[in-house]
Ligand binder design. Sequence first.
Ligand SMILES: Cc1ncc(COP(=O)(O)O)c(C=O)c1O
Length: 440
Amino acid sequence: MIDGFLRKWILDYSKEYKKKTKTSAKLFAKSSKLHVNGVSHNIRYYEPYPFVVKSSLGKNLVDVDSNKYTDYWMGHWALILGHGPKNVKDSLKKQIEKSWMYGTVNEQTILLSELISKAVPVAEKIRYVTSGTEATMYAVRLARSVTGKKIIAKIDGGWHGYTSDLLKSVNWPFTESESSGVVNEEQIVSIPYNDLEKSLSILKKYSKNLAGVIIEPVLGGGGCIPANPDYLKGVQEFCKKNNSLFILDEIVTGFRFRFGCLYPTMKLDPDIVTLGKIVGGGMAIGVMCGKKEIMEAADTTGKKKSERSYVGGGTFSANPASMTTGFATLNHLKSKKSVYSKINDLGEYTRKEIGKVFDGKVTVTGKGSLFMTHFLKNGVTEVTNSIQAAKCDSALLAKYHFKMIAHDGIFFLPGKLGAISDAHTKADIKKMVKASENFI
Ligand SMILES: Cc1ncc(COP(=O)(O)O)c(C=O)c1O
């Protein structure tokens, strides 16, 4: 009965969406002929077709049919200052006049690294790449090189990009392989988030050959779930005792809640930290940084092949455009820390208000400016790990998001968590809350 109602309802919103996105439909049909699934990142596709973007500014995305959407996807959560903030744009324009690609050492990189190393105490040495995927791939290689061990533990639901080294137990059911074509999956083991006892009992089984554990301090793709600090401390302690590296993936959380990483607020001492998204200021970036003695395993000078960890960077690593937008973004955040209190407060307000709207039927997880609505199902009453998140009604969440796209001029990537930027205001959040009321 309810399913029938939902089906009719979603058809109505599909009709409304199709009516206002006719140019997108035509362009996306072209895109589908040219690209796998029509997209270049699996998650960007949604039914019936994603709208095609023409431009973006501030809090808004504008599609090719000139529909405007208040954006909560914010460039995969990278755009903490909103789309095209003036200071970042001006810096980039100036840099582009000089050039956007040198392929050599440049001063822009040094400027960005000075900011990062002061704000992230563990970043005694830094290596840039052009995506988070590469950063975590190299972090794993480094951990294996330094420890001489092979196995990497990750979290059920942990997403660290598409690297084959970590492509396991990402999506429910966590026991199934994520992809064909991945080799050596037995060298990735999976532990449950926020369950120290179970995690330690699994880690102990592999301790002899455990090169490291990689964890996000707020599980992003796995459900926007903050880690319990004692959980992270317990895993870190195990790593230290066992000569395994403790790797924190702060690609989402780095510079998201404060000027720096999340780990110092939990009194953690990771060996390697990976960064990305925000630190690139909207341009391609990935960062691997960590303690000097560990990072120096990647120093190739005067070492035999067997002694070094051959960690890359690549053609576009530390390109002056990404370094400039990253620097302009971090510099702005450093001088205007009120951005954090503003967006963290808006996040708190959002979680509270959406929770009220759906009164008992949802739990809204997150931290600071990140939030995700979980429609409770299958006996789940709280979401503290990705198993509980996976049991919630993700299809209903996608419909809720799609209704906002079709009807309210609000964009969430259907089914994904939302990010608030400095370009958003309380009035925007109120509009989204209103749109949530209409969904009921
Ligand atoms: C925690 C985390 N690590 C790594 C990645 C991969 O980064 P990228 O998409 O830049 O390769 C992501 C991307 O969403 C992420 O959320």
